[in-house]
Design a protein around this ligand. Structure first.
Ligand SMILES: Cc1cc2nc3c(=O)[nH]c(=O)nc-3n(C[C@H](O)[C@H](O)[C@H](O)COP(=O)(O)OP(=O)(O)OC[C@H]3O[C@@H](n4cnc5c(N)ncnc54)[C@H](O)[C@@H]3O)c2cc1C
Length: 368
């Protein structure tokens, strides 16, 4: 059989590609090495019947109405605004750092003085990067910037990336903003939600076209030479595609520890970050995301670790200048192949939010 398109990888990138090509009558073979579709956005019901995200919490948010409308053809949504807290000095306080956080952490008169200074300096509703605040002429504003940098970002980033403090570039970390306001939603995008019946159900709907055939548990390299096809969409790691000829592209990974508790609620919001205490970075309680009713609850602790092939999953590309130079060599090589589209976070060695991958895949696959 001759395939019009072979898609490698059944994450968001590969699934949108398969859906787009199949909708135009193309015969598509989707090859995935894991035992399920959905890539890192896969969700499933655990042994207690609670819907969880196997590779960490995934919250869909976008400014792009086209992306939202496209996915809405395959799912309805639980409209959900993400809220996060940080555990700082023994208290759970709202994140992003905002005027409510200020009041939760400091004596009320000092919090009021600081709050007034922030509003008059930056205007109500402003999102001010900590780096900019660190350069302010007012000593109280500089104090706050230092406090936020030290207590909210520094240790979190060190844990997340496995770096020593001196290896961390403050210019990168301190881009994170302080919000001069009280809107404590984690994302401000106009479209936010979780697929009402879960991501996996939405993916199954996207893959219903009879022009799509799916092979799970298959590394494409083990069968690609047996296939006859016109074009490939490749969403796996780009260094693997080229047999690591320019070297390995490193990733940071996570150990995901799930725990089911016999209580209805564990914490007040979906995610609590632990920048300074414990070895894990955050705890997620899934029922906040999904709205599921259940007498128990499942939580997830994330322990950052280095990525090792076949041991854990590649989560975050490590963008040092050395690694980006290596990636540039692979990219150049990729550009010389005119029947392969390299798409998604592994093939493009970049952190993508889900909506960005969908938008890129929709755009890249608008070809005959
Ligand atoms: C912990 C975590 C939390 C996140 N939270 C959010 C969030 O809240 N909101 C948001 O918008 N984004 C979030 N993201 C980002 C989101 O996961 C990505 O945008 C999305 O997964 C990208 O899809 P993809 O198809 O490019 O990659 P993937 O989902 O990784 O899919 C790639 C697929 O290719 C397969 N594959 C690889 N090699 C081969 C091979 N040799 N043969 C066959 N198949 C292969 C893999 O098994 C995988 O299924 C999060 C990411 C992480 C790590």
């Amino acid at each position: 059989m001759k395939w019009d398109v072979v898609v490698v990888g059944a994450g968001f990138a590969g699934i949108v590609a398969a859906e787009r090509f199949s909708s135009r009558g193309k015969k598509v073979l989707l090859v995935e090495e894991r035992p399920h579709v959905g890539g890192n956005s896969y969700d499933y019901y655990d042994s207690q019947g609670i819907l969880v995200h196997l590779y960490g919490p995934h919250i869909f948010h976008t400014k792009d109405k086209g992306v939202w409308d496209y996915l809405s053809r395959f799912t309805s949504w639980r409209l959900y605004s993400h809220r996060v807290q940080a555990y700082i000095e023994g208290k759970k306080v709202p994140l992003p750092f905002n005027l409510n956080t200020l009041e939760a952490l400091f004596p009320s008169s000092f919090a009021a003085t600081l709050g007034n200074k922030l509003v008059s300096e930056f205007g109500y509703g402003a999102r001010v990067p900590v780096l900019e605040m660190l350069e302010n002429k007012d000593k109280d504003i500089r104090f706050l910037a230092n406090y936020v940098y030290e207590n909210v970002f520094l240790n979190y980033s060190i844990k997340q990336w496995g770096l020593k403090p001196e290896e961390l570039d403050p210019a990168v970390t301190a881009r994170v903003p302080v919000l001069v306001g009280r809107d404590d939603r984690y994302f401000q995008d106009p479209y936010q939600g979780i697929p009402a019946s879960g991501y996996t159900r939405m993916f199954e709907n996207m893959l219903k076209n009879p022009n799509i055939s799916i092979m799970l548990n298959t590394d494409y390299k083990n069968m690609i030479t047996t296939l006859d096809f016109e074009r490939m969409v490749y969403t796996g790691p780009i260094d693997y595609f080229f047999d690591y000829k320019f070297g390995v592209l490193p990733y940071r990974s996570m150990r995901f520890d799930f725990e089911t508790l016999g209580t209805d609620r564990f914490q007040d919001v979906a995610v609590v970050n632990y920048p300074n205490d414990y070895e894990f970075t955050r705890i997620t309680e899934f029922k906040h995301l999904t709205g599921q009713k259940h007498e128990g609850t499942t939580i997830l602790k994330e322990f950052p670790e280095d990525y090792e092939m076949h041991k854990n999953v590649p989560c975050y590309p490590v963008h040092t200048s050395k690694n980006l130079k290596t990636y540039a060599k692979y990219k150049k090589e990729a550009e010389s192949l005119d029947n392969v589209i390299f798409l998604g976070r592994l093939a493009e060695y970049r952190y993508y939010n889900m909506d960005e991958v969908v938008e890129k895949a929709m755009f890249s696959c608008e070809i005959d």
